[in-house]
Design a protein. Sequence first.
Length: 232
Amino acid sequence: MAYNCVAGDRDQLMLMPPSVADWLPEDHLAWFMLDVVAELDLSAFHAAYRSDGRGGAAYDPQLMLAVLIDAYAGGERSSRRTERRLVEDVAFRVVAANQQPDHATGRARQLSKIAEVEAGRTAVLDRVAAGQIDTREAAEQLGVTRARVNQLLRRRRAGEPDPLTTTMSAKLATPRGRRTYKKRAATIEPIFGQIKHNRQIRSLSRRGLAAVASEWKLICTTHNLLKLSRLA
């Protein structure tokens, strides 16, 4: 009896090299993450590399950050499992442009750089507070508006409550404010529930305040990106 089955010859050679663009459907999450990372300013990441081109070739920070964000968005926070999926998982191979950086190359470095960027902002604000630079120069270095710099400075002043915080505390003390605050259970708390229950993120894998802060920001960022990807 002759069966009509689709042939599956693993020894069949491809006549043309495959394109990674053909490996995933157009609406796959990986493409959205790649588009997001392509819009980011990664000058702080590139500043860590030599500009004369000497030394061993490094993986592109844009590629490494895309792998990190896509991994966290998909619930993969282990650097060793990410390394394995860069070989076995089609979506990971597309994001990494079919390259396989090892576990020691990507995750810790990119998370550390996120923490360094945060520390750099703190250093700029320290210089403003010391009178070494003005708010205009600080705004240019941080890539934000002068109003944002002034807001950050207000939050840093020890013993001086933030006027915005004081105003909000007064609003919450009113009957209307208490009624509004009760809505937190339906607006804010579900986010923590989604992160802990749906995404199964119940602990942080890094240690130290700066490292934990950088990982938590990455978790929250990917939470928002997952929501945006559904609306795209």
